[in-house]
Structure formats: C-alpha cells, structure tokens
Design a protein around this ligand. Structure first.
Ligand code: PRX
Length: 598
C-alpha cells in the first residue's frame, strides 16, 4: 500500500542503470572499499586521519577546527552569503577563535560539561561557531530550526532541561513567551551585534556582544571521549512529543568517512554546499562536522529556497559538490530546463540527495539539466551518518537508495524480526555497528531500548533488497509524516490542534503530495458552540485553526488541509485510527476494523 502512496518505484524500468563515473580517478586501493568489500569498515582509518590520540580524546568540534595542518587552518572554511547578498568568509583558524570565545563566554556563565545549551538562530555564522563552541566546552548542543514556534521550543528546552539558549533579537520573543515554564533555563544569550532590532532585557538575558565577543580567542577543548554526548536533535515518532536523539562525539569517525567516500570531498579543490539547516541532522553531520573535519570549504546561504538564486550561488561560488533534497530538486525541475542554461554550472562535479525518496525522474533530470545524476543517500537522525548510499563509483539503479556502506549490515525483517527472503518487503533494520548510531533518546531510555530487537536496530522504515544488494524504499512503518524531508509526528500536531478553543478532537495524517512528498492533513471535530453557521464562518475558522498550529509549532507542521468531521475513529482502547482515516481519504481498502470503537 505504502509503495503505491509514495510512488517511489513507479517507472523504474523506464530508466537504464546509470554507469559509475570517474572510475579511473579513484585510487586502486579504495576501489574494493567503495564496491562493498566487507573486510573492513568505511570508518576504518578515520582516527589516524583525524590525528586522534591513544588517550581516547575525541571531540567533534576539535576534529572540525583543530585537527588540520597549519596550511589548512589558513584556508577558507566558510563562505557565508547573507539574505541581502553580503558576503563574509572565515578561515578554519578564525572559526576556531570565534568558537573559543563562545566556549569561554559560556564557561564564565557557569556552563559545564554535559549541560544542554540550545542554539536558536537564523542561518548566520554565529549559529555555526556557537554549536562548535558548545562542543569544545564538552556541553551538549541542541540546534533548533529558526521556523519553530514557542510550543516547539518549549517542548525541547523543557525535556532536555537546557540551562542556556543562544538566540537572536527576533527569535527571542518566542522564548520569552514560554520562559516561565522553563525553570532550568538560566541564560538567554542574545546575538545582538548583527541586528538593528532592539530587544528588551529581562533577568537572565545576556548580550552576546558583551559576554562572548570580548572573551579570549584561546580555549583548550575539554576532554571528551568517543562515548560522550555531543549534539542532540529532536525527532518525531508516532506517539508522544519529539524525542531528543543524542549523538556521541565518536560519530565524527563515520561522518568523516562518509564525507570522504560518499560525498567524495577533496579539501584542496572542493567548494561544497549542503542546503540543509543545522536545525536538522543533515545540517550538522554534513553541513558542519563531516566536511570541516576533512578541511573542506563550505558555502552557507541565509536566504530560503529560490531556483534562480540557487543556480546563481553555484555559478558565483564555483560549487563543486552539492548535497540537497528531493523536494528542492522537484522545485528546480518545476522551474524549468531553460533556467539552468542561463548560468554557468560547469563547476559541479558530484550531486547527492537525502531525506525523502528520490524519484527516478529527478535523477535523470539532474543528468540532463545539470550534467550529473543525483546520488541518493538514506539515513536518519538516529543513525548519525549515511547508511545506504550510492557512492560515486556505483552504478545507480534509479528508484533504489543504493547499497549499505562498507561495515554496515542491512536486514529486511518480518514481524518476528527475522530476515525475509531476498526481494521480499519488510522492516528495514541495521546491525548496530556505526560509531555514529545514537546514544539514547533523552529521558526516554525505554523507547530507545524498544528500537533494538534480535540484535537489530529498527529504523521505522519499510524496504526490500534485490539480488545485487540494492535497497528499495517502500515507506514509513509508522504514522510519521515526511513533508519536504521534515518528519512531523501526528501526536505533536494533534496536541496543538486540541489547544485551539473550538477543537474537541483531532487526528492527523500525511497526504501524498507530488511536490512535498506528503502534506499534513487534519481531521477535527468541533465543540458544539463553535460549529460555524455558514461557509464564510467555516472558512474563517479553518484558517484560524491553521494559523494557530503554524504559530505554535512551525510552518511545515501546519495542516495544509483540514476536514471537519463529527467524530474521530478510535480503537476500543481509545487510540486514534489514523490508518483508517488515511485509507478513507485515499479511497483505499479500510482493512481490519475489528478494533474500531462502536
Ligand atoms: O523515512 C526515511 C526518510 O527520512 C527518515 C529520517 O528522517 P530524519 O531523521 O529527519 O533524517 C533525515 C535526514 C537524514 C527516514 O527514516 N528518508 C531519509 N532519506 C531517505 C528517506 N526516505 C527515502 N529515501 C531516502 N534517501
């Protein structure tokens, strides 16, 4: 059923496999590694390459900033283009100095190893070096997407017991609104030097200009081991509020290796652009740590998506390697083939994609319009690094996510958590061996444990594997919605909906969408006194409910469609039957209704 909904594999036969390119350029010694030779792991050799010592010191920020030769330290690490087109560049040494100021500033406020510090900023350079500074101090960094509303911010700060948050004058208002509910939050640090917007100082507020910018540029990174917590990204499941997936510092080993062998990054020549925001795992693992630990120059743009702007960025900055997402690719396809030819995109040499199923059409379009096929990569917040990939040397089978990286064993399992025969669909699972696999869900150890069965880590996805080892995505195994590459938990949206005064009950599903993969669709029943009298009142009320969710959670979590219903179908034990609502919405068979409430 899910395959039909997501239409991932449709038309696969129409496209012949795409042959590997640049085979001759790959050193002989690496070829078995890239072809799935299982005698070693992809991350083998990472410790030595990163210069990690035998005393067990591993710190992601140190690897990203200080593990480099003096020559690399002097090279550009970051080119940043502001929303208005202003440019700033920073060398690795300069990024390190800024991160050191942050570490010193936080230390002066009493923040110590293991504390949780959140970063709630627009995509500006401070966002990047603040995360790095937090990690150098040994504290746990919680990056927050700047589009989050007050409820989303409160859920994450409260669950993690965060002691500090670094934010901007504009975003601070969303923190102020929920501050009374956050007894652990001692410091709100406001990045005030870029902004002309004034801000109201409250008890506990700290000016970045006063507290951070004047600190020493020198800081000795706190001793952390591979097992110590580093970054925490909240991720959605079917039940409960989003959970904090905690990464270890040791994740850098597999992030370095996959940046090298899958993204194929080369520090001497590449200008690399990862379009993901650090509020999501791709934006930290491959928009910070993997590439910077390799000494690679990265481009960051503050501006949101715009097709012409994106092509112009590639042209002006000579982007060579590009990591983006299917929704963005589909939006570029929609903008037409006449657009890219207006730009010189000849610098591009390797394209990768993540976050959603990559349609075969998008791969073929990349070849035609940009001169290169997109290479799909599959992974998730919990895995911490790419796990199923298309390396530059593999033949691409359009519609497949590729093969497991060297050192990772994939299992397609039945309901007893046993492998199914080749070609059959089942639960996508992994042997838990990558150093980047998450350490726990914060405060939710029992949910973390439930993800491991029979020696497998269960990903929550469904897939099948062909005779050549290629893995084909079928769909989610649960009710989590993937909208434009962002996971949204139905429970989170339903909780926001029922806080609206007119809503009695709510249920939320993912509705297939040709552009965004899925959109959030809500079904709500109203309290009698709020039933609208006419169509005009109904439209106004539905719009009001939409905006209510948008402001509390985030724009991507806002239901694009809302249907009014008399009641929400539930099981006899009171669980919302989202699958039934989805089947009805899509005109599919309703399945087993024996547990439906009378
Ligand atoms: O369902 C899969 C989908 O996104 C989920 C992970 O989402 P998140 O934790 O937010 O991390 C996103 C970026 C790593 C997966 O369980 N997903 C991710 N990549 C792919 C994908 N679905 C199909 N094809 C992919 N390449």
């Amino acid at each position: 059923m899910m395959a039909e909904l997501l239409d991932v594999n449709a038309g696969v036969e129409r496209f012949a496999p795409i042959a590997p390119k640049d085979w001759a350029a790959i050193p002989e010694a690496l070829r078995p590694n890239l072809l799935g030779f299982t005698g070693q792991t992809m991350w083998e050799g990472a410790e030595a390459a990163l210069g990690l010592d035998a005393a067990g010191f591993v710190n992601k920020a140190w690897c990203a900033l200080e593990a480099h030769s003096p020559e690399i330290q002097r090279r550009t690490a970051l080119t940043w283009e502001s929303a208005t087109g202003a440019l700033e560049t920073y060398t690795f040494a300069q990024l390190n100095e800024h991160a050191n100021c942050v570490a010193n500033g936080l230390q002066s406020l009493g923040v110590t190893k293991g504390d949780r510090v959140f970063v709630f900023l627009e995509r500006i350079p401070e966002l990047y070096w603040t995360i790095l500074g937090i990690l150098k101090l040994g504290a746990i960094a919680g990056p927050l997407f700047a589009a989050f509303g007050p409820d989303a911010v409160q859920d994450r700060l409260s669950d993690s017991g965060a002691v500090a948050i670094v934010t901007s004058p504009v975003l601070k208002a969303r923190v102020d609104g929920v501050r009374d509910e956050l007894p652990n939050l001692k410091h709100v640090i406001v990045v005030d030097h870029r902004s002309t917007t004034g801000w109201q100082r409250q008890p506990g507020d700290v000016s970045y200009a006063e507290c951070i910018a004047n600190q020493s540029h020198v800081f000795k990174t706190v001793h952390t081991t591979a097992d110590d917590g580093s970054v925490m990204h909240y991720t959605s499941g079917t039940t409960g509020k989003p959970k904090g997936a905690l990464h270890r510092h040791g994740a850098i080993l597999s992030q370095w290796a996959t940046a090298k062998y899958v993204l194929d990054l080369k520090p001497e020549t590449d200008v690399y652009w990862c379009t993901a925001d650090p509020g999501w795992v791709t934006g930290t693992a491959y928009g910070m740590f993997g590439p910077w630990s390799m000494g690679v120059h990265q481009l960051v743009t503050e501006a949101p998506f715009n097709a012409s702007h994106w092509y112009r960025l590639i042209q002006d900055h000579g982007v060579t390697v590009w990591y983006t997402a299917p929704t963005a690719i589909r939006m570029l396809m929609k903008a037409g083939e006449a657009l890219p030819v207006q730009y010189d995109l000849s610098s591009l040499r390797h394209l990768c994609s993540v976050g959603e199923p990559l349609n075969p059409e998008a791969i073929v379009w990349g070849q035609k319009a940009l001169g290169h096929a997109f290479h799909d990569t599959w992974w998730q917040t919990e895995t911490g690094c790419m796990h199923v990939v298309n390396t530059p040397t593999m033949a691409i089978k359009p519609g497949s996510m590729g093969k497991p990286i060297v050192g990772i064993v994939v299992g397609i399992l039945n309901e007893q958590w046993e492998p199914v025969p080749e070609g059959e669909e089942g639960h996508l699972a992994l042997r838990p061996s990558a150093p980047s696999l998450f350490k726990t869900y914060w405060n939710r150890e029992e949910v973390y444990q439930s993800k491991f069965q029979n020696g497998w880590y269960l990903t929550g996805d469904r897939a099948w594997q062909d005779a050549d080892g290629y893995v084909w995505f079928v769909g989610r195994d649960d009710d989590v919605i993937n909208t434009a590459g962002h996971l949204v938990g139905p429970f989170e949206v339903e909780s926001a909906l029922v806080e609206h005064p007119a809503v009695a009950e709510a249920a939320v599903i993912g509705k297939p969408c040709p552009e965004r993969l899925e959109v959030v669709k809500a079904f709500v029943s109203l309290k009698t006194e709020y039933l609208p009298e006419n169509d005009e009142a109904k439209t106004k009320l539905l719009n009001d409910i939409q905006q209510f969710v948008r402001h509390r959670l985030a724009a991507h979590a806002m239901p694009r469609e809302i249907s009014l219903v008399d009641s929400i179908p539930k099981t006899r034990s009171g669980k919302i039957m989202r699958r039934l609502l989805k089947a009805r919405e899509l005109g599919l068979p309703e399945g087993d209704l024996s547990t439906l409430e009378e």
